[in-house]
Design a protein around this ligand. Structure first.
Ligand code: NAP
Ligand code: COA
Length: 274
């Protein structure tokens, strides 16, 4: 069998697609010829990402929208579908995170992460539904290992991403009959990303400890996740739905540890010394 990942004439929409892993996914679809829409909050991110994506030669549309704003998310879909037609591949990856012990976390600190990661994912999927190609669309949620392996200082993100995983499963049940597939990718530590720099490897010592902790003894690259997204978006994954697929060098087989934990520090000790 010859593998052909040609997305020419197909519409890939990446929510939270202007930096890091999700931007890498958007670039991969642009490289394969897709018409690409990216959306996120900050105008400067949307403009910079759109400029890079346009260099691949295909049509690109950038939209400013916060996933917490249901109407703005709906408007983003209406605009992009008018330009590029129904969405063939939808990636929902907007997220926010910080390290904090639950006993020190404010109600608003917990809520803001749940609002972005979980409620925001619902907004994206709910507003996308009418605009997804039926049959044929592939929806990809970006989750995280702490959704299924407990991780210290991550009460908010663990709870939110666990909710995202259950949304993936429930919507695979509800939307399967429309010919829509929906899956979650769980990235391991992916180098050169905000999540990695701030949460996993703020210092060289943290970086070395985190690397040793991955069974494959290497960090992931953005392209490791982008390649999996291309596969899930393609007809080669045509019978895969409702799955949570780790792309993490085997990392989720170990307990997930934060940089602080690997370095033997606690969140409260770290914040006192900061
Ligand atoms: P990142 O560079 O900070 O990407 C987050 C993206 O989401 C940005 O485009 C950001 O753009 C957008 N965003 C944030 N809040 C938003 C909101 N309220 N509304 C709309 N867009 C919003 O992070 P990353 O490290 O690459 O992480 C990407 C995804 O991978 C996340 O879902 C994360 O949980 C997951 N993940 C990452 C790692 C890792 O090693 N990095 C590991 C496991 C899972 P604006 O600031 O312009 O809004
Ligand atoms: N420790 C403890 N609490 C924190 C915190 C930290 N490091 N950072 C933020 N908070 C709390 C704030 O104190 C505030 O709670 P309060 O009102 O009770 O004081 C609450 O979280 C909201 O903070 P705010 O800065 O107003 O939220 P925001 O909407 O501007 O930003 C975040 C959301 C905090 C998630 C921010 O980190 C963000 O936008 N991140 C996006 C990028 C990202 O995290 N990428 C990695 C993805 S894995």
């Amino acid at each position: 069998m010859q593998i052909n990942l040609d997305f020419k004439g197909r519409h890939a929409f990446v929510f939270g697609g202007t930096t890091g892993i999700n931007f890498g996914i958007a670039q991969a679809f642009a490289r394969q010829g897709a018409s690409v829409t990216v959306a996120s909050r900050k105008r400067e991110n949307v403009e910079a990402a759109s400029e890079v994506l346009a260099k691949f030669g295909g049509p690109v549309h950038g939209v400013c929208a916060d996933v917490r704003d249901f109407d703005a998310v709906g408007q983003a879909f209406a605009e992009s579908v008018e330009r590029f037609g129904p969405v063939d591949v939808l990636v929902s990856g907007a997220a926010g995170n910080f390290l904090c012990e639950a006993k020190d976390m404010s109600s608003n600190g917990f809520r803001v992460v749940v609002d972005i990661d979980l409620v925001g994912t619902f907004h994206v999927l709910r507003q996308a539904y009418d605009h997804l190609r039926k049959p044929g669309a592939s929806v990809i949620n970006i989750t995280a290992p702490q959704s299924f392996v407990p991780m210290r200082y991550q009460a908010h993100a663990s709870a939110a991403k666990a909710g995202v995983d259950q949304l993936t499963r429930v919507l695979a049940l509800e939307w399967g009959g429309d010919g829509i597939r929906i899956n979650s990718i769980s990235p391991g530590p992916i180098e050169d990303t905000e999540g990695f720099r701030r949460l996993m490897a703020p210092t060289e010592q943290d970086r070395a400890a985190a690397q040793a902790h991955v069974p494959m003894h290497r960090f992931g690259a953005v392209d490791d996740i982008a390649n999996l997204a291309l596969f899930l978006g393609s007809p080669y994954a045509g019978y895969i739905s409702g799955s949570l697929i780790p792309c993490d060098g085997g990392g989720a087989l170990e307990s997930v540890k934060t940089a602080l934990e690997l370095a033997g520090r606690s969140a409260s000790a770290a914040s006192k010394s900061a």
